[in-house]
Design a protein around this ligand. Structure first.
Ligand SMILES: [Zn+2]
Length: 239
């Protein structure tokens, strides 16, 4: 059994790396996905800022039309002044002219305010677009890097799989079956050392019977709690 345990430990070393690589294969794309979401969020912000700017520009146009209409009205009223027949009529039109001129000033002020807002919104839009472009470029770099990393992982995975296939024929099939089952159920860790009298995987203290069986090394011994295969570290490993 001693040889089998040593071979299983070699297999475990390879499998530990294979499991680590598979975890990386799963995890790395998630990180990129988060970056993709950030890009989308920033693009949405840039679009909102664009829409806000357009709304303000439209508002400015409307105010300018309103201003022209009021100015035209002032001119029309001034023409009417020449045609009035009574003082009363004259005073009434004069009053209307003053009132409309007051309205003109108000609209002019409103236009200035909108123009100020447009300037701010335009700067904001520029900043948002620049940030969106920067994030997009960052995402593309990350995507290239991820694909390179995944490619490297794939190659390493294939190499380890080759090593694994080389080790498998050295292990008796009932032993291998136990190992494979524990490996799958314990997320890639099937072989653990006996640490004093405890399992090196789940740390549960083992009954004396189990401890002596591990020392005897005559058959495959598993932890009663987590089912991992227990082995004794050699004196060399412990020193
Ligand atoms: Zn255990």
């Amino acid at each position: 059994m001693s040889d089998q345990i040593q071979t299983l430990r070699q297999l475990q070393e390879v499998d530990a790396q294979l499991y680590r690589l598979r975890r990386e294969q799963q995890h790395k794309p998630l990180v990129l996905e988060r970056t993709r979401q950030l890009v989308a969020e920033q693009q949405a912000k840039a679009q909102a800022s664009e829409a806000h700017l357009k709304a303000l520009q439209l508002q400015q146009k409307e105010k300018e039309l309103e201003l022209s209409a009021k100015e035209a009205n002032v001119k029309k009223l001034q023409m009417q002044l020449f045609q009035v027949k009574t003082n009363k009529e004259y005073t009434a039109i004069q009053h209307e002219i003053e009132q409309t001129k007051g309205d003109v000033s108000l609209v002019e002020e409103e236009i200035l305010k909108v123009m100020g807002a447009i300037e701010t919104a335009s700067q904001d839009r520029q900043a948002q677009l620049a940030q969106a472009a920067e994030q997009q470029a960052h995402f593309q770099d990350e995507e290239v890097r991820l694909n390179q990393e995944l490619q490297a992982i794939e190659e390493q995975h294939d190499r380890l799989q080759g090593q694994r296939n080389g080790i498998l024929p050295l292990i008796k099939s009932p032993t291998l079956a136990v190992y494979e089952r524990v490996l799958a159920s314990r997320d890639g860790l099937a072989m653990v050392p006996l640490v004093q009298e405890s399992c090196g995987g789940c740390h549960m203290v083992q009954p004396p019977q189990v401890v002596s069986e591990v020392h005897l090394n005559a058959k495959l011994v598993t932890c009663e709690s987590c089912n991992r295969i227990l082995y004794l570290e050699t004196a060399h490993e412990l020193s």
